[in-house]
Design a binder for this molecule. Structure first.
Ligand SMILES: Cc1cc2nc3c(=O)[nH]c(=O)nc-3n(C[C@H](O)[C@H](O)[C@H](O)COP(=O)(O)OP(=O)(O)OC[C@H]3O[C@@H](n4cnc5c(N)ncnc54)[C@H](O)[C@@H]3O)c2cc1C
Length: 392
């Protein structure tokens, strides 16, 4: 009999996994709260370059024909009785469950942030918000832009640095840089969270005259005067605040109750990707508690590991990350590491930037698994050297 696999979330990870499972062996259902699929990396260019590229596609068309697609919201997941309840009142049973519900912005954690986000937009939640932010940047005629992440956990860790560098590029192109002050703030003790990347990032920030405020734990924003205040009492006054909001997991009730960690992320075994305490449930992508960066590349590789495990093969996730970092000016680098290999900064180049741009076009194909052989070779060739066996 075919195994019933229920996948929660039709994002990057859920879609890749669904398309990777053999229909002769698996009866696959994707349950997702939206019938649309958003290419999230494109939000950066919609917000900072006014790109009008199409970022949203119909999820049904991205899934293989054999996959059942249900548009509804998972509200309760009972890992002991093996069922999922939905907002629409359905109770769905499964043999194997995979949670891929991602993370969402939670501006309510910071007083004033919801008002700021509604007014000036952001580039981590929706196309509409990214376009609002572009309108503000497009209309900016000089003054202070403050950009940073509100809390330590950030979807796509390169994105705050990418944002400030693209803002700098925009102002230079428009001849507005002289009359503008750019401030980058971060709760970390250095601009880029992974220490080795600062060998590349810090000199660039300095050369471009971008002020960096480290240890800046955003406490509140005065939306009227656009003053950002940290927990330590430091303030940044600005004309345009661009804040990467806090993130939380999907609001789902789990049984047992300790399935989620203190941030609302699913407690997941780092190597097997099984939900801790469960033999029949896995988690992939941003929704997990894994100590890796929350990225589409991670979700992709994790989906492949779970597909192999479900198919009866021995498979483990090594914590591989490989995030492109756009340094503006047509150059990029990659942040590549794993549990056993600390991040090694790759020399910035135009080729890496072209690769990042090319991926935006290839993303939709990658969801169907069409590019898997090329990815396998690429990831093998770019495997960072192991220097700390067993770390992480
Ligand atoms: C500005 C920006 C730039 C980025 N750049 C890059 C990059 O260059 N490279 C890279 O690798 N990554 C990048 N990312 C990150 C990448 O987009 C995410 O890490 C990736 O999409 C995570 O995949 P996922 O499957 O875990 O979650 P998602 O793709 O977010 O999908 C989650 C899915 O779950 C569904 N869902 C949520 N709650 C429920 C529920 N209760 N019931 C049912 N369904 C639910 C959602 O509707 C969604 O379909 C970027 C992100 C942003 C915002």
């Amino acid at each position: 009999m075919r195994q019933r696999v229920l996948i929660l979330g039709g994002g990057s990870g859920g879609t890749i996994l669904a398309n990777s499972l053999d229909p002769r062996r698996f009866d696959v259902t994707v349950l997702s709260e939206s019938d649309q699929h958003l290419f999230q990396p494109g939000l950066l260019y919609a917000a900072f370059q006014g790109s009008r590229a199409r970022l949203v596609r119909d999820e049904r068309r991205l899934l293989a024909r054999h996959v059942h697609f249900v548009v509804d919201t998972a509200t309760v997941v009972d890992l002991e009785q093996q069922w999922v309840e939905t907002a629409g009142g359905e109770r769905m049973r499964y043999d194997a469950l995979v949670v891929g519900t991602g993370i969402r912005t939670d501006p309510g954690q910071i007083p004033g942030l919801a008002e700021i986000g509604a007014r000036v937009g952001d580039y981590h939640s929706s196309v509409a918000r990214a376009r609002t932010l572009w309108e503000h940047l497009d209309g900016f005629r000089g003054g202070t832009i403050a950009l940073g992440q509100a809390t330590a956990i950030c979807k796509c860790p390169p994105s705050p640095i990418e944002g400030i560098l693209l803002a700098d590029e925009l102002l230079r192109r428009r001849g507005l840089r002289e009359q503008s002050r750019l401030v980058f703030f971060t709760p970390y003790p250095r601009p880029y969270p992974a220490e080795p990347m600062n060998r590349i990032v810090e000199p660039i920030l300095e050369a471009r005259g971008i002020e960096v405020h480290t240890f800046f734990d955003l406490d509140r924003i005065d939306p009227e005067g656009a003053t950002l205040t940290s927990i330590e009492g430091e303030t940044i006054d600005c004309d345009l605040p661009i804040v990467v909001p806090p993130f939380v997991g999907a609001p789902i009730t789990y049984v047992p109750g300790d399935t989620l960690d203190e941030n609302g992320f699913v407690r997941t075994d780092q190597r097997t990707l099984r939900v801790l305490g469960s033999d029949t449930a896995f988690a992939i992508g941003d929704a997990t508690s894994l100590p890796t960066s929350k990225s589409g590349v991670g979700a992709h590789l994790e989906a492949k590991v779970v597909a192999r495990t479900l198919s009866g093969h021995q498979a483990n996730f090594g914590g591989r990350t490989h995030c492109p970092l756009d340094l503006a000016g047509g150059r990029a680098t990659f942040v590549a590491g794993s549990y056993d290999a600390p991040v090694v900064p790759a020399p910035p180049s135009r080729l890496k930037h072209l690769m990042k741009m090319a991926f935006a076009r290839l993303y939709w194909l990658s969801l169907r698994g069409v590019l898997d052989p090329a990815f396998d070779v690429y990831f093998r060739l770019t495997e960072p050297p192991v220097t700390a066996p067993g770390a992480g």
